[in-house]
Design a protein around this ligand. Structure first.
Ligand SMILES: [Zn+2]
Length: 157
């Protein structure tokens, strides 16, 4: 009989702020599922980590006269500490700046380039820097052009 497996992960937080109850809730829910799966004989990989790239990380690092790497080297520890203090049973904690993660992403990226799935182009639209996401024309116009989550104006890029 083959052993059953379970792959469990959480949202990968940006480390430009301190962990909060929303992060704790995410990890605790995933931990319940991981422990339940183990009790039922599954081999569990419970993956956690930190997203250490993006405009918000770069801006926060610059505001503290640090490089992004210097900044995330300090701040990711807050999330690892929360995981330890809550006794969350993670298998691994991967940072997007970890060398093995970078190598894996570059490998996949190159395969996609070779297959023609990645190409240079241009795109214009409405963007929310807080969400780090494009929004539709309707979303950009709603709420007087202000993001309801961040209370910042959408910008045209
Ligand atoms: Zn937003």
């Amino acid at each position: 009989m083959t052993k059953k497996h379970a792959y469990i992960t959480t949202a990968i937080p940006y480390v430009n702020g301190l962990p909060h109850v929303g992060h704790a809730m995410d990890y605790m829910l995933a931990d319940v599922w991981a422990r339940y799966s183990r009790q039922n004989g599954r081999e569990v990989r419970f993956q956690a980590g930190a997203d250490e790239h993006g405009n918000k990380i770069a801006a926060k690092a610059a505001s503290q006269n640090q490089t992004p790497q210097e900044y995330v080297d300090q701040t990711h520890v807050n999330f690892k500490k929360m995981i330890a203090e809550l006794n969350i049973s993670v298998t691994d904690f991967i940072r997007t700046t970890d060398a093995h993660h970078v190598a894996a992403v570059q490998y996949i990226w190159q395969k996609l380039v070779e297959a023609g799935y990645i190409y240079k182009g241009s795109y214009e639209g409405w963007y929310c820097q807080g969400c780090e996401a494009f929004v539709t024309d309707k979303e950009a116009a709603d709420n007087n052009g202000v993001c309801p989550d961040h209370q910042t104006p959408h910008i045209s890029v």
